[in-house]
Design a protein around this ligand. Structure first.
Ligand code: SAM
Length: 294
C-alpha cells in the first residue's frame, strides 16, 4: 500500500468513501462534518495494519470513534487495532438538546453520557475502550500510538498537558496525528503548538473545516515538549508562530484561517480558553491578496 504522503493526500481520496461504507457509524451523533467523517474512516482503514493503538481524545458520545472503528473494521485485518476514546462523557441540557435529541437520540435523565456512548459503540465493543475523565489528568501505559486524534484542546494549558502525556508514545516515520480544531478561530494555540514542534511533525493534509493532519517524523523528547509549551507564551509570540504557520501551510490554502486566528487573539487579548473568546471575529474570504494586505 502507498505510503501516506502529502502527494497521496492532496487529491483528498477520502471523498470516495460512501454513505454505505460509513454504515452504522452514521447513527452515532458527531460534531464532525461529512468530509471529516470520510477522512477518519479512510485514515483508519489505511492505518489498520500498523501496529499500535488508535487514540481519540475528545470523542463526545463516540461519533469520531465510530468512524475510525468502521474504517479499521472494513480492512478485515486478522487483528484490528485497539482504540481508546477519551472524554469527560458529560453533556449539559443544552448540549443534549442540540447535539443528541436533535440527532435522534431519545431523551434521558442526567448529564452522564457514558452509558449512551457504550450503547452507541456496541458494534465495535471488542475494539474500543472508553476512558472517562479529564484527559489532562490521564496517564498512558498501553504501548505505542499509531493514530492520535485531538479534539479536546480547548485551553492552551490542557493542550500542553495532553501533548506531554501522548506525544512521547508516537512512532517516528509511522504515526499520524489529526488536529481536529487546528484552524478553529477560537483555538489559536493549536497551530502555534504545531509550528513550535515543526521539527517533529510534517503537514500531510487539510480537511475542509478546521482539520490538519501530520506525520510524526522525529522523536520529540519530553524536555523539548516542555520547552515548546504554548501556555505562558505572550500573544505576540503566538501571533508570530501563527504567521509562520500560515507560510508553512500555504499549500493548503488556509492562510485566511490563520489570519482569522491572529485577529481573534488581537480582539481577545491574553485569552487561552476557547469558550471565553467573546469578541466575534468574522470569517475572512479565502484571498491571499487580502492576507498580504493585513
Ligand atoms: C468538539 S467535541 C468532540 C467531537 C467528537 N470528536 C465528535 O466526533 O463528535 C469536544 C469533546 O472534548 C471533550 N473535552 C474537552 N476538554 C476535555 C478535557 N479536558 N477532558 C476530557 N474531555 C474533554 C468534551 O467533553 C467534548 O465531548
Amino acid at each position: 500500500m502507498e505510503r501516506l504522503t502529502k502527494t497521496v493526500m492532496s487529491s483528498r481520496p477520502w471523498r470516495f468513501v460512501t454513505e454505505e461504507d460509513l454504515g452504522c457509524a452514521l447513527g452515532v451523533p458527531s460534531m464532525l462534518n461529512r468530509e471529516e467523517a470520510q477522512f477518519y474512516f479512510w485514515l483508519a482503514h489505511r492505518m489498520a495494519h500498523v501496529s499500535g493503538s488508535m487514540v481519540d481524545l475528545g470523542c463526545f458520545v463516540g461519533g469520531s470513534t465510530a468512524y475510525l472503528a468502521a474504517g479499521a473494521s472494513a480492512r478485515r485485518e486478522r487483528q484490528r487495532p485497539r482504540m481508546f476514546a477519551y472524554d469527560q462523557f458529560h453533556a449539559s441540557p443544552k448540549v443534549k438538546r442540540r447535539q443528541l435529541y436533535a440527532k435522534g437520540i431519545s431523551q434521558f435523565d442526567g448529564q452522564d453520557t457514558l452509558p449512551l456512548s457504550k450503547a452507541l459503540l456496541s458494534p465495535w465493543s471488542d475494539q474500543v475502550v472508553l476512558r472517562k475523565g479529564r484527559i489532562e489528568d490521564s496517564t498512558w501505559s498501553d504501548g505505542t500510538i499509531s493514530l492520535l486524534i485531538l479534539d479536546a484542546s480547548k485551553t492552551s494549558r490542557t493542550m500542553d498537558m495532553m501533548a506531554q502525556t501522548f506525544f512521547p508514545h508516537l512512532v517516528p516515520g509511522i504515526s499520524v496525528i489529526v488536529q481536529q480544531d487546528e484552524l478553529h478561530w477560537k483555538e489559536p494555540w493549536i497551530a502555534a503548538q504545531m509550528q513550535r514542534l515543526r521539527a517533529c511533525f510534517e503537514p500531510l493534509c487539510y480537511v475542509p473545516g478546521g482539520t490538519v493532519a501530520y506525520l510524526y517524523t522525529r522523536r520529540v523528547a519530553p524536555d523539548l515538549l516542555r520547552a515548546r509549551q504554548v501556555h505562558g507564551l505572550s500573544d505576540d509570540r503566538i501571533t508570530r508562530a501563527l504567521a509562520n504557520s500560515a507560510e508553512r501551510l500555504s499549500a493548503f490554502g488556509v492562510k485566511h484561517k490563520l489570519q482569522r486566528q491572529i485577529n481573534a487573539l488581537r480582539l481577545n487579548p491574553g485569552q487561552r480558553k476557547s469558550w471565553r473568546f467573546r469578541t466575534w471575529v468574522p470569517e475572512i474570504a479565502e484571498s491571499p491578496q487580502r492576507i498580504a494586505a493585513e
